[in-house]
Design a protein around this ligand. Structure first.
Ligand code: URA
Length: 230
């Protein structure tokens, strides 16, 4: 089993309670390039081409943090000058964007993890029950042995993320991390209640949701801004 990133001392890390199963951490990336890129994403003046570029860039930082403690396997490597010790990742990578906005996180991550397999999960909110309903699921067969990264730039109510993580577990995923650009406090709490074993990695935590379940201040509708459909 691969190691999980652990023991963050970052101020945003949420501590385990004594009465419940220990919560996986919520790690907020503390990096000047991420802070600057996030401000560009948040600005309503940012056009879709720049929005896409910075969403992809921040996704790379999230990926780097998620993969920090992944196991390696030693391999011999021959350089032009002789043998040396090399390494490969011990487990395959599976990226699972939650449709539609999660797709915006793929391109950047795929550039540095070109061998990653891609799954897709589509979830909508039933207008009457307000419960999340899955309308599309397709995940690679190796999900049970893979490092699985669930992608959605906005963790708002947490409903879609909780449903998507439950789908991945039902399909056999054992090592999942959730990558989000802006996470709401409510969404984090709901996700950690449902999936205490799944770490969250985010670029920012915002406190409020409005009446339409949008994160405030957030960055608006990430899917619309990425695909230019606003
Ligand atoms: N989805 C978005 O795209 N933005 C939000 O603020 C909440 C959910």
């Amino acid at each position: 089993m691969a190691k999980k990133p652990g023991g963050s001392t970052h101020s945003a890390s949420l501590r385990a309670s004594t009465s419940r199963p220990p919560k996986a951490r919520c790690h907020v990336i503390d990096h000047p390039v991420v802070a600057a890129g996030l401000s560009i994403l948040r600005s309503k003046k940012t056009a879709p081409d720049l929005f896409r570029r910075h969403l992809q860039e921040i996704s790379v930082f999230l990926f780097v943090e998620a993969s920090r403690a992944w196991d390696l396997r030693s391999i011999p490597v021959e350089t032009p000058l002789g043998p040396c010790d090399g390494a490969i990742l011990a487990r395959p990578i599976v990226l699972v964007p939650i449709l539609r906005a999660g797709l915006g996180m793929l391109d950047g991550i795929q550039r540095i993890a070109p061998d990653a397999a891609i799954g897709h999960i589509g979830v909508y909110r039933d207008a009457e029950t307000l419960r999340p309903v899955s309308y599309y699921e397709r995940v690679p067969g190796n999900i049970g042995v893979a490092e699985v990264l669930l992608l959605d730039p906005m963790l708002a109510t947490g409903n879609s993320a909780c449903e998507a993580a439950a789908i991945l577990k039902a399909r056999g995923a054992r090592s999942i991390q959730f990558l989000s650009v802006v996470a709401s406090t409510v969404g984090i709490e709901q996700f950690q209640r449902a999936h205490p074993d799944v770490p969250i990695i985010a670029a920012a935590i915002d406190r409020e949701l409005n009446d339409h379940a949008y994160i405030v201040p957030g960055l608006g509708d990430a899917g619309d801004r990425y695909f230019g459909t606003g």
